[in-house]
Design a binder for this molecule. Sequence first.
Ligand code: NZQ
Ligand code: ZN
Length: 388
Amino acid sequence: MNNFIYENKTKVFFGKGCAKEFLTCLIKDYDNIMLAYGQGSVKKNGIYDEILSILMKEEKNVVEFSGIMPNPTYRKVLEGVQLVKEHQVEMILGVGGGSVMDCCKAVSLAGRYEGDAWKNFWDRRGIIDFEPIPLGVIVTAAGTGSECNGAAVITNEKEKRKTGYDYPACNPKFALMDPTYTYTVPRIQVASGAFDSLSHMMETYFSQPDATNVSDEIAEALMRSVIKNLRQVMKEPENYTARSNLLWDASMSENRLIKMGKRCDFTCHLMEHQIGAYTDCNHGQGVAVLQPVYYRHIYRDGLSKFARFAENVWEIPWEGKTEQEMTAAGVDALAEFIREMELPTTLRELGVTDQKQLETIAASCHFSMGAYRRISSEEILEIFQECY
Ligand code: NZQ
Ligand code: ZN
């Protein structure tokens, strides 16, 4: 294992009814609260009414910050910052999926900073020597694990760049996670979110060191759990146990735990973020398109780990297979699962309409220092062309 420091300040309240039970006590020290949410799902499914009634009962001054879009933009962050300053917001309460949570983290950071926040915290990794505005999140969609980390993935539309660093100081103070809140997530988003979690696990697992370590063992258990519980939720959307597992799997994929002692790859994420910056595509669907193709490019650089993935995650028997055959069977099983979950398999399905644009996107991608092999811009373009 490599050396590491582990820190996670988010306090998690998990289970049916947790918002009703705990929110009052968690907001007791704040009067001016910003209630932030997305593009309307919380109003349709009743979560907004449930949360607002708690805030009203406690006689809080509520400032609403609505309309946070999937793939939140830096412009939207600045809109939130302005509201925070105008209304002396003391706490931000974000109710939604990864996009709402990320936008709220960004507002909590930029809202207490006088300089150029994009330049100093997104364009490059910065140092946070002040307390961001306290943030609490109420999770409505499983997937990103944003509730338990300090990353705010934001798109700068002008610069055509989607990026974010994990700053421990930006972890939410608390996360309320009620699996029943995820029952109304559209089917395709359930699959996208779960695949995003699986992708976080794979991007961590397929990196050095590979010598037996507990992080990889946990990652294998989590990957099996996502696969099993996503299948179950697809059959039975209101299966509480399966929803609970998917929701907690997602947090575990990004609460830093399985990354300890690992270099971490995240090449697929870096590629997907740039496709997103240019096309606004759905994040989980983007990594689903890229991952099998990327792995067919690099598996020879990590053969024994890919064979272990086939055996321990997809439960494929060796039965006389060579390591190479075993590896290929594991990546095939992953690709088949993506089809089974009706996730897209081409960039065109994601809305990439201009094949020529792929050159520009490939040239804008950043590289991962943690990958088994560092791929070039030319190879990224090859991968994009194969995915097209
Ligand atoms: O906007 P609303 O109306 O709320 O609708 C959302 C949105 O349309 C809907 N939704 C969420 N909860 C719902 C619901 N619909 C019905 N019922 C509910 N209970 O789902 C749609 C997608 O929501 P979004 O938050 O965009 O999805 P997700 O959770 O996948 O977040 C994606 C964003 O997170 C970033 C992605 O890049 C992307 O911008 N990521 C953040 C990470 C992090 N902070 O650690 C890591 C990830 O790798 C990822 O990059
Ligand atoms: Zn992701």
